[in-house]
Design a protein around this ligand. Sequence first.
Ligand code: GDP
Length: 206
Amino acid sequence: FNIVKASYVATAVNAGQYPESELTEIAFIGRSNVGKSSLINSLCRRHGLARTSGTPGKTQTINFFSLTGKLPDESRLDFMLVDLPGYGYAKRAQTARATWSNFIEEYWLKSTRLKLVCQLIDVRHPPMESDINVYQWLVEHGLPVQVVATKGDKIPKSRIQQHAQAISTGLNMPVLAPGGRVITYSTVTGAGRDELLDVIRIILLK
Ligand code: GDP
């Protein structure tokens, strides 16, 4: 399974601006600077598709991208990749509810086509309070979550397993749940890309 086409569709700051579409949605979320834009670009193999930025807390927008994946039998699967604003740049501890503005909650609660949330966490550190709050909020609302540890090339290979375990323990992830495995991704080496695409394929074919 691979992405053969990716294009920008729309930017929204409220529900009225969501694009009209019937496509299944897969959303990406994480703390600011976690590497979300880089990962989206790596997944789509389109440099500059999602804009990377060194300024945490930039404008809170939801960006929609239309993607086409090709299966080994040459058939195609279209879906929508939804790039949600980074959270966690405020210094003080927050609840998930306070972490995002009403319009993001509106997105979670209104999007009937949302089938998977990829939550990104920096592989180098155990989950922060905002990560834990967001993860718990998503699980409580019945949203399937795939945790992706980013920047996998920044720690030695021999320690990846231990760090991934610290993330799943920190989040109190159910061991046997779908997506109960942390995928470690590196946009530098491409590690984890096939694995994440496989999870997306399975969700799309469900
Ligand atoms: P965003 O704010 O979550 O969209 O994060 P960005 O994609 O802008 O990435 C933040 C910083 O981390 C940038 O300097 C990226 O080059 C760097 N980065 C992102 N992913 C990786 C990775 O897999 N490996 C390495 N070494 N650096 C990464």
